[in-house]
Design a protein around this ligand. Sequence first.
Ligand code: G6P
Length: 612
Amino acid sequence: MCGIVGYIGNSDCVRFLIDGLKRVEYRGYDSAGVMIYSGKDRSNVLIKKTGRILELEKNIDKNISGNIGIGHTRWATHGEPNDENSHPHVSNNEKIFLVHNGIIENYMSLKKKLEKHGYSFYSETDTEILVNLIQYNYKDDIEEAVKIALAEVKGTYGIGVFCLDEPDKLIAAKLGSPLLIGIGNGENYFASDPASILKSTAEVVYMEDGEIAVITKNSVVHKTLTDEIVKKTVETISIELSDIEKSGYSHFMLKEIFEQPRTINDTMRGRLMLEEGAPKLGGLTQHPEIYKSLLNAEKIFIVACGTSWHSALIGEYMLEEYARIPVEVEYASEFRYRDPIITPKTVVIAISQSGETADTLAAIKEAKRKGAVTIGICNVVGSTISKETDAGVYLHAGPEIGVASTKAFTSQVITLALITLDIARHKDMSFRQGYKIIKELKLLPALAESILENSEKIREIAHKFKNASNFLYLGRGYNFPVALEGALKLKEISYIHAEGYPAAEMKHGPIALIDENMPVIFIAIKDSIYDKVVTNIKEVKARNGVVISIASYGDDEIESISDYVIKIPETTNLLSPVLTVIPLQLMAYYIAVERGLNVDMPRNLAKSVTVE
Ligand code: G6P
């Protein structure tokens, strides 16, 4: 959570900071702030505003300019979203400014210590404690003061620091929160996400945990907190500007839903070997020992949160059915604090779009501590989880900016199918079966496209139900997790209460809720349990429920028992979630738009949850 940016150079930094913050607004959007240093008479301005970056922007006077600046967009943890709690925070002597992404866990004890030395505090934040701890350790060297302060800190941080007494530099440091340095021409930058600096440069250096960077307009020196110089490689950002812009769509979420035919393809690109009826996953095979452990695993845990947890459930069905390995799917937040049984032949797979989710990262660390082999399925290249795991598979779905995850989900399902297929083909899955699944995979982009072409019909249905107060989503088998995901999408962006259930389980509770006001969405495609789902639909109709069915083309029976039907093409069982989820994503999107809500930045949520 939270996004930070910084600039040092010869140009005016105001536009850079505001545009950069807008690019990381998905990381938190309850308040924002900037510190701009003009250099003339050491003057600086600090502007902090509750609300979106737009509010902050409105409050920056046109005359304000400067060629050093730091900025922050916040997702509140310590203290409510108000102007005081917003960053940048400033030290008691008003000389040191700090933007911080992460959590200082021992801030209470540090606060007590500083209070004893006469420090006072205007906010409820942990960050204000840190900036004063830096002041407390400051003699005449800001780099030194930051290092000493950080040595005392427990928790996570990506920070940017500016000191009025040393106005030729910015200090950046990282532990557990993403941070990179952008290399410009006569100017340099720091940011939580490459998207913030892409307009200015594609050259970046990714910081590692425990590192500090001293940034001037012409140089960047990387060190460890213990003062050893670190040689870093400059990398070129692979994303294009169009990847992080709406490109004519009204929302990122809509763009990302419509990108799926391409992103599904990108996830499979170069990985399907039709002639062998098997996939090839370089991120696994290049680590032979880890790969061998996966192929020979006796137990797999999949840990994840949110939407990624839903794809994990689909992975469980796939891996057990085809790879014949017992799988347990766990919320990462539960896994990390209980005592899961990890044997030498246990593999733990972490799924995380961002690769930064705190609980998932902690679960992986816990699994490693207990000796498990760990594998990451992440979208963001170079993210913390992708580095922490022993091997992994990237989604290659491109940046996902809408807070509600869409294209990452379909790419996660594809990736899990590829891993399943790989293991299964090393066991007793025949060439013919592998070949058939690969053929079906190749068809998916076109099939997804055909669903999107039908979006108008989904929009019309959404219009009819925009005022519903509750929704029930039901599915079975591979599409039970899709029911959960459909309900989550609706909750996240429309604020309508929705629940997902295995269709048959409806009889054990949710059926009591059903009346003529209760829309029930059934995933009722023609698969092996189709007849059972039809029975469940009839049970709902018998109680006057309103049924919206996601059904297969050519299924005429379903029309007579449903109030509304959205038809989709067929594919093989394990891949069906890739198609069935698309109408549910669109339904949630259109309902939220009809209700006039901010689809890309729903209240209280953040794209990347880097706190427990
Ligand atoms: C947040 C996001 C969700 C996401 C979840 C897990 O809650 O709003 O969209 O599914 O985190 O994120 P991850 O990056 O680990 O997949």
